[in-house]
Design a protein around this ligand. Structure first.
Ligand code: GLU
Length: 481
């Protein structure tokens, strides 16, 4: 069987992590089976669909590396496809016009609730007499089109994730609306369940892989496949993504769109890697892989039924693994936008060799790209604020002398490299007869303003190139006196 799968986002918001994870599973499956992955934009809700969301969705999929083989196909371009199919269902007596007003439908639901029944359409217009129809039409009532669902029908499918799933026709809410209200000689705009089925048939989709939130649509869609005389695809419902408390991940949990994750400084590779693990695990418990590597290993046997808890620590860990493996040359263009946004002054071309040293220094400490802002703050400002710990260090006995000796030696030398910094430290240690640790700690406090931070000698070289080291040594000496 040729595998053809699709992702069918509605452009009513930015690319959501749940949609993106469904896209990942579709993509992995298509790659694994040598099939095709299709992008269909379900933009029939004209009020809520926005072109900028379509753009955001496509940018996000592309950024993650989820390239599609066909599309984007826009549902809004295909309106003429749906009407004849609805007409055919009407002609075959599989669908009919229903004329209830919204107020009548409300009253029906209220009465059912009052009797303690679940609200459903009671199929009352299924068998109107020609006289009743004539009467409604004479009143000028608009009509929706409903597709017949027999209460006694059993619908069963073998879900790729959940195994056999059983539904009863009576649990589907009565005959379902497939086209919105329109004058009774017309067919109104078709609704989601109908349009999806027509499209999936037309695009020869072999496997419908989508979020578990769609599971209640599947039995209705299976009935529509049958009514349209098409073979039913294989369905797979992927587990929901849950917040750490176990509830469905929602906007209230903060970031949910791929563009937000990107802005926070997650790399595409790390985020795609993490999403493969949201509901799936590799046979050998491997956790770090490219999408292409995961595709080799992917199968639905290892997709969980239970919801997948979103684990920020795991995502951070994966992201740091990717960032730590990058060369300074690869990292620099990734951190530069964050440094620019923070207002740091530099020129990517003119300062390139200096910036590469900075990238090499901060790279191993990054968890998210954004961390570069804080980690490199003191390389972009001439003076430094001394932390409490640094002030304490600078006020200890012998520290000012050590720093003065370092400053003198610095001024007298051609200081440029890590080796120069090391030999200067040795020289001061020897000439003053003090412990090397004292010199190192004092320099750290003076140059970096804190007792913790990145490598001292590398930082010094970077600061020196900017001309920030002598001024800081002078301020630190003044503070200690
Ligand atoms: N447009 C639907 C959504 O955004 C997808 C429907 C489907 O995959 O069948 O959830």
């Amino acid at each position: 069987m040729t595998v053809r799968v699709r992702i069918a986002p509605s452009p009513t918001g930015n690319l959501h992590i749940g949609t993106a994870r469904t896209a990942v599973f579709n993509w992995l499956f298509a790659q694994n089976r040598g099939g095709q992955f299709i992008l269909r934009i379900e933009d029939t809700d004209l009020e809520r669909s926005q072109p900028e969301y379509t753009q955001n969705i496509m940018d996000g999929l592309q950024w993650l590396g989820l390239t599609w083989d066909e599309g984007p196909i826009y549902q809004s371009d295909r309106a003429e496809l749906y009407q004849p199919k609805i007409q055919a269902l009407l002609d075959q007596g599989l669908a009919y016009r229903a004329y209830e007003t919204p107020a009548e439908l409300d009253a029906m639901r209220e009465a059912q609730k009052a009797r303690g029944e679940a609200p459903r359409y009671n199929n009352q217009h299924r068998s109107l007499t020609p006289e009743q129809i004539e009467q409604f039409e004479a009143e000028g009532r608009p009509a929706v089109i409903r597709f017949k669902i027999e209460n006694g029908r059993e619908i069963v499918w073998d879900d790729l994730v959940r195994g056999p799933v059983h539904w009863k026709g009576r649990d589907l809410g009565g005959d379902m609306v497939i086209a919105r209200a329109a004058p009774s000689d017309q067919i109104g705009p078709p609704l989601y369940n109908f349009v999806v089925v027509v499209d999936d048939i037309d695009m020869a989709i072999s496997h419908v892989i989508r979020g578990e939130d769609h599971i209640g649509n599947t039995p209705k869609q299976i009935l529509l496949y049958e009514a349209l005389g098409a073979s039913v695809p294989i369905f797979g419902h992927t587990p929901l993504i849950l917040n750490p408390q176990g509830a469905k991940l929602s906007k209230r949990d903060g970031v949910t769109s791929i563009s937000d994750f990107r802005a926070m400084g997650f790399t595409a590779e790390a985020l795609a890697n993490y999403m493969t693990l949201l509901g799936w695990s590799a046979p050998d418990a491997q956790e770090l892989f490219t999408l292409a590597e995961a595709a080799q290993l992917f199968s639905f046997d290892r997709v969980n039924k239970a919801g997948a808890k979103f684990d920020w620590d795991k995502l951070d860990w994966i992201n740091s693994q990717y960032l730590h493996a990058l060369s300074p040359e690869a990292l620099l263009p990734m951190i530069a936008p964050y440094l620019k946004e923070a207002g740091y002054a530099f020129d990517l071309n003119a300062d390139q060799s200096w910036l590469l040293k900075l990238a090499a220094l901060v790279g191993p400490s990054l968890t998210r790209l954004k961390d570069c802002v804080e980690l490199s703050h003191f390389f972009f400002t001439p003076a430094v604020d001394f932390s409490e710990a640094a002030q304490k260090q600078l006020q200890q006995a012998g520290v000012s002398e050590a720093l003065q000796a370092a400053l003198d030696a610095l001024k007298a030398s051609d200081f440029a490299t890590v080796e120069d910094a090391k030999s200067l430290i040795n020289q001061v240690t020897k000439s003053l007869g003090v412990k090397k640790g004292l010199v190192m700690r004092s320099l750290r406090a003076a140059l970096m303003g804190d007792m913790q931070g990145p490598d001292l000698v590398e930082s010094w070289v970077i600061l020196h190139e900017r001309g920030f080291d002598t001024g800081r040594l002078e301020s630190a000496i003044a503070l200690g006196q």
